[in-house]
Design a protein around this ligand. Structure first.
Ligand SMILES: Cc1cc2nc3c(=O)[nH]c(=O)nc-3n(C[C@H](O)[C@H](O)[C@H](O)COP(=O)(O)OP(=O)(O)OC[C@H]3O[C@@H](n4cnc5c(N)ncnc54)[C@H](O)[C@@H]3O)c2cc1C
Length: 305
């Protein structure tokens, strides 16, 4: 099966959905392909308090509202899409996903970032990257949190709010990096313990997680910590492996663009967290998405005339 669009947007986070709104309003035929559900990182955010026009809004509610607007404009959305291959080099852009070949005049790459995985955990099913999404399953149980930055502490507090019985947070550096107020809030919980200079060296997980081995980096002592789940917050990295042969990426793997979101390939634009930038926020991702769609429209019109 083959399907043709004016613009295909890879990634339906806030950058991709904003692009879709602008492109659809320009009467372009638009498809969003997302390997998960639309909304991206915003789905993981409990409360957003810096989105203009909302004093406070839940992440999932914000995503629902944006997605409603996207769908009302007639944008096609394929979620849980498995991308088999992608060819951005020709005038016609070709993406194969789930046995369908999609073709477009322009592509907007808005694939954001993915959590850095805990390699020693392998394919263990009890490893998670989002407290709001997966924390409820561990009510009354023991969890390990890996990462002592703001996300590790914030998500630990969110886990305890969901009724976690015992929580241990470990950080491999010799100090924590979260805001002091957040550190104070977590350490005031009777069920939470925090350890720096501690790394996870092994995970015992067969059918389900049994325990982890923790090593004190200063003393080299190891302990076995039995737990039911692991939540990992070791930072984010761009998921750009599928483009790396075709596009110019920076040394950290982010897609290089000019200020109009043009990449190194004609007709290919990038928007949001997948670009190198200092501030990664919802509003900055939306701004990129706007510019990328307006430039994609200009590019498509230039092909016609
Ligand atoms: C815990 C946390 C809290 C935050 N809180 C705030 C806040 O309060 N306010 C604020 O302004 N910002 C906040 N941010 C930052 C903000 O969420 C991001 O900057 C913004 O959501 C990025 O949007 P994006 O569309 O660029 O990327 P993402 O949200 O990462 O979306 C990318 C999408 O692409 C999809 N995708 C990835 N790879 C592929 C592929 N190969 N094929 C198809 N689809 C793919 C993903 O499934 C995802 O849906 C927070 C971030 C985190 C991690």
């Amino acid at each position: 099966m083959s399907t043709t669009y004016d613009v295909i947007i890879l990634g339906g986070g806030v950058a991709g959905m904003t692009s879709a709104i602008y492109a659809a309003r320009a009467n372009l035929r638009v498809l969003i392909l997302d390997e998960n559900a639309c909304g991206g990182l915003v789905n993981w955010t409990k409360v957003i308090e810096n989105m203009p026009s909302y004093t406070s809004i839940g992440g999932m509610e914000l995503v629902e509202r944006i997605q409603e607007q996207v769908e009302a404009l007639g944008v096609d959305i394929e979620e849980a899409a498995c991308i088999d291959s992608i060819d951005l080099t020709g005038e016609e852009k070709i993406i194969e996903a789930d046995d369908t070949i999609y073709k477009a005049k322009a592509v907007i790459l808005a694939t954001g970032r993915k959590p850095v995985p805990l390699e020693v955990a392998g394919e263990c099913e009890n490893v998670h990257f989002c407290a709001i999404c997966d924390g409820a399953a561990y009510k009354g149980k023991k969890v390990l949190v890996v990462g002592g930055g703001n996300s590790g502490f914030d998500e630990s507090i969110a886990l305890l709010d969901q009724g976690i019985e015992e929580l241990l947070l470990v950080e491999k550096m010799n100090r924590f990096f979260a805001a002091q107020s957040t550190q104070d809030e977590l350490t005031s919980h009777a069920n939470a313990t925090i350890l720096h200079s501690t790394e996870v060296t092994a995970v015992s997980c067969d059918e389900k997680l049994e325990s982890v081995t923790l090593r004190n980096i200063a003393t080299n002592e190891t302990i076995e910590y039995p737990c039911d789940g692991i939540f990992v917050f070791m930072g984010q990295q761009p998921g750009t492996e599928i483009f790396q042969e075709q596009l110019s990426l920076d040394s950290d793997g982010y897609i290089e663009t000019d200020e109009l979101m043009a990449t190194s390939l004609a007709g290919v634009f990038a928007a949001g967290d997948v670009r190198p930038k200092k501030y990664r926020q919802i509003t900055t991702a939306m701004a990129d998405g706007t510019v990328a769609a307006l430039e994609a429209e200009r590019y498509i019109r230039s092909l016609a005339g």
